[in-house]
Design a protein around this ligand. Structure first.
Ligand SMILES: [Zn+2]
Ligand SMILES: [Zn+2]
Length: 374
């Protein structure tokens, strides 16, 4: 990142933290957690221990981080190297991100940035200016993607509260600060699970590796009565709804399944997991019991937006509510082939133009790499 862009972002983030100390707090059991941070243009510092909000504020003011993280794990000695930390337990966490949904709208709000010449253009295989194929992809806000992610979050909450009997008071949903949502489950009986057991939990939630026998198809001797019904609890009911649509179509549906045969049914269950009823979480996040995870209230350097808790996810609009940087005018040179909206105001498209925009939009475009300070 260019030196003056970096200075601007560091100052802007510092101002945000100064103005919004109320939003950024250490979580419960702070002394048992590991903290970490990144700076613009440098790697991760980890194995930090913080006791109070004051310690956290001091870290923000002195280190000017681009991103701040806190462990889901609890340790006896959080500031020691991983092997000496003495892991006790870890909150269950989930990450649902728009990029993992692969919605058809995605190509319309993704652009490429050439790592050789810096040109930004609409999605294509090579840089239109220098023909290089070394390209970074970047996505700008899309309400349709956010609606899709919200739907997955609500499906996940339903499975957690019904199938896994997690009290919804222990589930905290937050906007990630870019294109997704995070779910933190605290104080549940799942906290003690290791990585492998969390992997099994993910298979369950994503509806992966489903066995036809479990959903009524006995390989050698299929019986009509053992297929799932729409009123069944858990996955049986969800599978039946997806397979048959309605009770009246169930009998005909079973006849077809049996005549198509066992391998076709197995294939169909697998596709249902991937394409319809499985929840699209990022499995790598949930299995990691030593992860440090973006801290609530902190800014995301991919966007300059805040990671914020959502009281009512259906009504929450991240591109207004999580956009908390000031609006004083800033002169930038912008190159964005795609329009986007922040705080209910449209920006772009811009073709290498000098413009004056509110500070939050300048920070957003600098974080995305589609503008430089003028
Ligand atoms: Zn190029
Ligand atoms: Zn989209």
């Amino acid at each position: 990142m260019l030196e003056n862009n970096l200075k601007f972002l560091e100052e802007t983030f510092k101002q945000y933290y100064f103005d919004h100390f109320d939003l950024i707090r250490v979580p419960d059991r702070s002394t048992e957690r590991e903290y970490g941070y990144k700076k613009f243009n440098s790697g991760m510092s980890r194995h930090i221990s913080l006791k109070t909000d004051k310690d956290l504020h001091l870290l923000l003011m002195t280190n000017l981080p681009s991103d701040v993280f806190c462990s889901n794990g609890y340790y006896s000695f959080p500031n020691l190297p991983m092997t000496e930390k003495d892991w006790k337990e870890a909150d269950l966490i989930f990450d649902i991100d728009a990029k993992d949904l692969n919605l058809p709208c995605r190509k319309d709000h993704t652009c490429i940035k050439c790592t050789s010449c810096g040109e930004v253009s609409l999605l294509q295989d090579v840089c239109p200016k220098c023909k290089s194929n070394k390209l970074d992809r970047l996505s700008l806000p899309c309400q349709n993607c956010i609606s899709g992610v919200k739907k997955e979050v609500l499906n996940l909450v339903k499975i957690l509260t019904t199938d896994l009997r997690i009290d919804d008071k222990n589930i905290r949903i937050s906007f990630s600060g870019n294109e997704g949502f995070h779910l933190h489950v605290t104080n549940s009986s799942y906290n003690q699970l290791g990585s492998k057991e969390r992997g099994d939990l993910i298979d369950y939630i994503m509806f992966r590796r489903a066995i036809p026998e479990r959903f009524g198809f006995k390989k050698n001797n299929p019986s009509r009565s053992s297929f799932p019904d729409l009123d069944d609890p858990g996955w049986s009911g969800r599978v039946a709804k997806d397979l048959f649509g309605s009770k009246s179509k169930r009998s005909k549906g079973i006849t077809k399944i049996i005549s198509d045969g066992y391998p076709v049914y197995r294939q169909r269950l697998e596709e249902m997991g991937k394409n319809s009823i499985g929840v699209k979480i990022d499995p790598n996040v949930t299995v990691d019991i030593h992860r440090i995870f973006r801290l609530e209230g902190s800014l995301n350097s991919k966007s300059g937006l805040a990671k914020l808790a959502c009281e009512n996810i259906e009504k929450f609009n991240p591109y207004t509510e999580a956009c908390l940087i000031g609006d004083e005018p800033v002169e930038i040179s912008a190159n964005s082939p795609i329009e986007f909206r922040l705080k209910n105001r449209g920006f772009g498209p811009y073709t290498n133009e000098k413009i004056s925009v509110p500070k939050y939009a300048a920070a957003y475009m600098l974080c995305k790499g589609i503008a430089n300070l003028a």
